[in-house]
Design a protein around this ligand. Sequence first.
Ligand SMILES: [Zn+2]
Ligand SMILES: [Zn+2]
Length: 197
Amino acid sequence: MSGKGSSAKGKSGQSKQRQKYQNTFAFKSDKYSTKNAEITALPVQGLCKRCLDIIQWRKRMGQYKPLTVAKKCVGCSQKTVREAYHVICNPCALQKNVCAKCQLPEEIMPSTAGKTAAELLLDRQNEERLLSLMTERQRRSYARKVERGDDEGAAKIADRIRSSSNGEDDDFDFGFSDDESDGDDIEGDEDSEDEDE
Ligand SMILES: [Zn+2]
Ligand SMILES: [Zn+2]
Protein backbone atom coordinates (compact mmCIF):
# COMPACT_ATOMS: atom_id res chain seq x y z
CA MET A 1 0.00 0.00 0.00
CA SER A 2 2.78 2.41 0.91
CA GLY A 3 4.69 1.61 -2.28
CA LYS A 4 1.63 2.29 -4.36
CA GLY A 5 1.07 5.52 -2.51
CA SER A 6 4.52 6.88 -3.23
CA SER A 7 4.41 6.05 -6.94
CA ALA A 8 0.95 7.61 -7.28
CA LYS A 9 2.38 10.86 -5.96
CA GLY A 10 4.54 11.23 -9.04
CA LYS A 11 1.61 11.33 -11.44
CA SER A 12 -1.00 12.58 -9.11
CA GLY A 13 -2.58 14.86 -11.67
CA GLN A 14 -3.42 12.03 -14.05
CA SER A 15 -4.69 9.51 -11.54
CA LYS A 16 -6.89 12.10 -9.87
CA GLN A 17 -8.63 12.88 -13.11
CA ARG A 18 -9.28 9.27 -13.93
CA GLN A 19 -10.70 8.59 -10.50
CA LYS A 20 -13.06 11.48 -10.72
CA TYR A 21 -14.41 10.17 -13.98
CA GLN A 22 -14.89 6.60 -12.81
CA ASN A 23 -16.16 7.05 -9.33
CA THR A 24 -18.68 8.80 -7.20
CA PHE A 25 -22.09 9.38 -8.39
CA ALA A 26 -23.18 6.61 -10.67
CA PHE A 27 -22.42 4.28 -7.80
CA LYS A 28 -24.07 6.49 -5.25
CA SER A 29 -27.36 7.04 -7.02
CA ASP A 30 -27.65 3.35 -7.82
CA LYS A 31 -27.14 2.46 -4.21
CA TYR A 32 -29.69 4.99 -3.02
CA SER A 33 -32.43 4.13 -5.46
CA THR A 34 -32.31 0.41 -4.71
CA LYS A 35 -32.18 1.03 -1.03
CA ASN A 36 -34.98 3.55 -1.15
CA ALA A 37 -37.33 1.20 -2.94
CA GLU A 38 -36.71 -1.48 -0.33
CA ILE A 39 -37.24 0.95 2.49
CA THR A 40 -40.42 2.36 1.02
CA ALA A 41 -41.79 -1.17 0.80
CA LEU A 42 -41.20 -1.87 4.48
CA PRO A 43 -44.50 -1.69 6.34
CA VAL A 44 -44.86 0.71 9.22
CA GLN A 45 -47.10 -0.52 12.01
CA GLY A 46 -47.92 -0.25 15.65
CA LEU A 47 -47.32 3.47 15.83
CA CYS A 48 -49.31 6.50 16.85
CA LYS A 49 -49.95 9.24 14.33
CA ARG A 50 -47.04 11.45 15.29
CA CYS A 51 -44.51 8.59 15.28
CA LEU A 52 -45.89 7.26 12.01
CA ASP A 53 -45.45 10.68 10.44
CA ILE A 54 -41.85 10.82 11.54
CA ILE A 55 -41.06 7.37 10.24
CA GLN A 56 -42.68 8.20 6.90
CA TRP A 57 -40.70 11.40 6.80
CA ARG A 58 -37.49 9.53 7.48
CA LYS A 59 -38.27 7.17 4.65
CA ARG A 60 -38.93 9.97 2.25
CA MET A 61 -35.83 11.86 3.24
CA GLY A 62 -33.61 8.81 2.90
CA GLN A 63 -32.91 8.84 6.62
CA TYR A 64 -34.55 5.58 7.50
CA LYS A 65 -32.10 2.95 8.63
CA PRO A 66 -33.65 -0.51 8.85
CA LEU A 67 -32.59 -2.74 11.70
CA THR A 68 -30.22 -5.47 10.65
CA VAL A 69 -30.50 -7.38 13.91
CA ALA A 70 -33.34 -7.51 16.40
CA LYS A 71 -33.13 -4.96 19.17
CA LYS A 72 -33.86 -5.43 22.84
CA CYS A 73 -37.40 -4.57 23.83
CA VAL A 74 -37.69 -2.17 26.76
CA GLY A 75 -40.81 -4.04 27.85
CA CYS A 76 -39.84 -7.71 27.97
CA SER A 77 -36.05 -7.31 27.63
CA GLN A 78 -35.98 -9.86 24.82
CA LYS A 79 -34.40 -9.26 21.48
CA THR A 80 -37.78 -9.01 19.85
CA VAL A 81 -37.81 -5.54 18.29
CA ARG A 82 -37.47 -5.94 14.55
CA GLU A 83 -38.63 -2.60 13.32
CA ALA A 84 -36.32 0.36 13.18
CA TYR A 85 -37.01 3.13 15.70
CA HIS A 86 -39.34 0.98 17.75
CA VAL A 87 -38.30 0.61 21.37
CA ILE A 88 -40.83 -1.97 22.37
CA CYS A 89 -41.79 -5.16 20.57
CA ASN A 90 -45.18 -5.60 18.92
CA PRO A 91 -46.58 -8.12 21.44
CA CYS A 92 -45.59 -5.84 24.36
CA ALA A 93 -47.00 -2.78 22.63
CA LEU A 94 -50.27 -4.60 21.96
CA GLN A 95 -50.48 -5.83 25.50
CA LYS A 96 -49.82 -2.41 26.99
CA ASN A 97 -51.87 -0.74 24.30
CA VAL A 98 -49.15 1.78 23.57
CA CYS A 99 -47.27 3.07 20.56
CA ALA A 100 -44.21 0.91 19.86
CA LYS A 101 -42.01 3.97 19.52
CA CYS A 102 -43.02 6.65 22.03
CA GLN A 103 -44.80 4.19 24.35
CA LEU A 104 -47.68 6.57 24.85
CA PRO A 105 -51.22 5.24 25.03
CA GLU A 106 -52.17 6.95 21.80
CA GLU A 107 -54.43 5.73 19.08
CA ILE A 108 -52.46 3.29 16.96
CA MET A 109 -52.54 3.85 13.23
CA PRO A 110 -53.30 0.89 10.97
CA SER A 111 -50.31 -0.84 9.44
CA THR A 112 -49.24 0.59 6.13
CA ALA A 113 -48.87 -3.00 4.93
CA GLY A 114 -52.59 -3.46 4.48
CA LYS A 115 -53.17 -0.14 2.85
CA THR A 116 -54.26 0.38 -0.70
CA ALA A 117 -52.38 2.68 -3.00
CA ALA A 118 -55.18 5.22 -2.59
CA GLU A 119 -54.87 5.12 1.18
CA LEU A 120 -51.13 5.52 0.99
CA LEU A 121 -51.62 8.47 -1.29
CA LEU A 122 -54.04 9.99 1.19
CA ASP A 123 -51.47 9.57 3.96
CA ARG A 124 -48.94 11.28 1.84
CA GLN A 125 -51.33 14.12 1.08
CA ASN A 126 -52.07 14.53 4.76
CA GLU A 127 -48.41 14.71 5.49
CA GLU A 128 -47.85 17.21 2.75
CA ARG A 129 -50.71 19.28 4.07
CA LEU A 130 -49.10 19.28 7.47
CA LEU A 131 -45.81 20.38 5.99
CA SER A 132 -47.54 23.05 3.94
CA LEU A 133 -48.97 24.50 7.13
CA MET A 134 -45.51 24.89 8.56
CA THR A 135 -43.45 27.96 8.01
CA GLU A 136 -40.17 27.47 6.22
CA ARG A 137 -38.47 27.84 9.55
CA GLN A 138 -40.62 25.18 11.17
CA ARG A 139 -40.05 22.80 8.30
CA ARG A 140 -36.32 23.20 8.59
CA SER A 141 -36.47 22.77 12.31
CA TYR A 142 -38.60 19.64 11.90
CA ALA A 143 -36.21 18.21 9.33
CA ARG A 144 -33.20 18.91 11.51
CA LYS A 145 -34.76 17.31 14.54
CA VAL A 146 -35.62 14.16 12.63
CA GLU A 147 -32.14 14.12 11.18
CA ARG A 148 -30.61 14.29 14.63
CA GLY A 149 -32.89 11.66 16.05
CA ASP A 150 -34.78 14.18 18.16
CA ASP A 151 -38.08 12.64 17.17
CA GLU A 152 -39.78 13.93 20.25
CA GLY A 153 -38.89 17.49 19.30
CA ALA A 154 -40.06 16.94 15.75
CA ALA A 155 -43.33 15.45 16.95
CA LYS A 156 -43.91 18.50 19.13
CA ILE A 157 -43.65 20.77 16.13
CA ALA A 158 -46.07 18.61 14.16
CA ASP A 159 -48.45 18.55 17.13
CA ARG A 160 -48.52 22.31 17.28
CA ILE A 161 -49.25 22.68 13.63
CA ARG A 162 -51.93 20.04 13.80
CA SER A 163 -53.65 21.42 16.83
CA SER A 164 -53.55 24.96 15.51
CA SER A 165 -55.03 23.89 12.19
CA ASN A 166 -57.77 21.93 13.91
CA GLY A 167 -58.68 24.98 15.91
CA GLU A 168 -59.22 22.78 18.95
CA ASP A 169 -56.38 24.09 20.92
CA ASP A 170 -56.59 26.17 24.03
CA ASP A 171 -53.04 26.26 25.23
CA PHE A 172 -51.55 26.65 21.81
CA ASP A 173 -48.52 28.79 22.12
CA PHE A 174 -46.79 30.09 19.09
CA GLY A 175 -43.89 31.28 21.17
CA PHE A 176 -42.06 28.33 19.68
CA SER A 177 -39.07 28.89 21.87
CA ASP A 178 -39.76 27.02 25.10
CA ASP A 179 -38.34 23.73 23.89
CA GLU A 180 -36.07 25.23 21.30
CA SER A 181 -33.62 26.30 23.93
CA ASP A 182 -31.02 23.83 22.72
CA GLY A 183 -30.35 26.43 20.09
CA ASP A 184 -30.97 24.43 16.96
CA ASP A 185 -33.60 26.81 15.80
CA ILE A 186 -31.22 29.73 15.77
CA GLU A 187 -30.29 30.84 12.31
CA GLY A 188 -26.67 29.95 11.95
CA ASP A 189 -24.10 27.97 10.10
CA GLU A 190 -26.21 24.83 10.28
CA ASP A 191 -28.86 26.50 8.19
CA SER A 192 -26.47 27.10 5.38
CA GLU A 193 -26.00 23.35 5.12
CA ASP A 194 -29.70 22.84 4.64
CA GLU A 195 -29.96 25.52 2.03
CA ASP A 196 -27.18 24.07 -0.02
CA GLU A 197 -29.25 21.03 -0.84
ZN1 LIG B 1 -41.36 -6.99 24.33
ZN1 LIG C 1 -45.84 7.16 19.15
